[in-house]
Ligand binder design. Structure first.
Ligand SMILES: C[S@@+](CC[C@H](N)C(=O)[O-])C[C@H]1O[C@@H](n2cnc3c(N)ncnc32)[C@H](O)[C@@H]1O
Length: 214
């Protein structure tokens, strides 16, 4: 994680959940749930867990929260909390039945390294579920969305007292490849990608570690 990202998330930790809820029109937990519903029971790693907002949608599983920003983790209701980054997971091989990650992938310094690490810590036939924001598909929707976030996010930033941070969020949305390209070339099998939310600016993805051959 870059120092800039660490500063950003440390600064906005307290106001983060409320602002997220407002910006997603109250839908951010539904989008987490749509992805979490694809995960098997057992031990789940919540990668980039932040304040632990995903806990209700991961119910019934043993949840381990990982995040590089201690102030975010300190607000989390999840008991098992580990400071660390997705690019270098401090867990043994094949120690999780599933990995869940919500609204994190844009912030990673290396998606490739993180995918390799997720593959390593998943048991064979384990599942990863990812939800994140992206620019919509199609030139008009993308343009409309870029114009929208160029206005809405700086205003949200002013309201929570962190204008630079929210301008960064607007910029970061345009930087990443679409999820199919971002996630489809790693060691995990990409099983499903779908779009959610207005203009389809949120994606869900389900990936699987190939099972061992008998
Ligand atoms: C937008 S928040 C999402 C938090 C939480 N997953 C949720 O759904 O509310 C992004 C989180 O990703 C974390 N993060 C940033 N870079 C990371 C990395 N390289 N590895 C793991 N987590 C990271 C941040 O500290 C922050 O808590």
């Amino acid at each position: 994680m870059t120092n800039r990202n660490r500063r950003i998330f440390s600064r906005i930790a307290r106001r983060y959940d409320l602002c997220n809820r407002v910006l997603s029109l109250g839908q951010e937990q539904n989008w987490r749930r749509e992805v979490a519903d694809h995960l098997p029971p057992g031990r789940v790693l919540d990668l980039g867990s932040g304040t632990g907002a995903a806990l209700p949608v991961l119910a019934g599983r043993v949840v381990v929260a990982l995040d590089p920003v201690a102030p975010m983790l300190s607000m989390s209701p999840i008991h098992s909390r580990v400071v660390g980054v997705g690019e270098s997971l401090p867990f043994p091989d094949e120690s999780f039945d599933s990995v869940f990650s919500a609204y994190v992938f844009r912030n990673l310094s290396s998606v490739d390294r993180t995918m390799k690490e997720i593959h390593r810590v998943l048991r064979p036939d384990g599942v990863a579920g990812i939800v994140d924001l992206a620019r919509p598909i199609g030139p008009w929707k993308r343009r409309l969305h870029t114009m929208g976030t160029g206005v809405v996010l700086p205003v949200a930033g002013l309201l929570v007292g962190a204008p630079g941070e929210y301008w960064y969020l607007h910029r970061s949305l345009g930087k990443l490849a679409p999820p199919e390209a971002l996630l489809g070339n790693g060691p995990l099998r990409l099983e499903q990608v779908w779009r959610m939310g207005p203009l389809g600016f949120v994606y869900g993805a389900v990936l699987r570690k190939p099972p061992l051959l008998a």
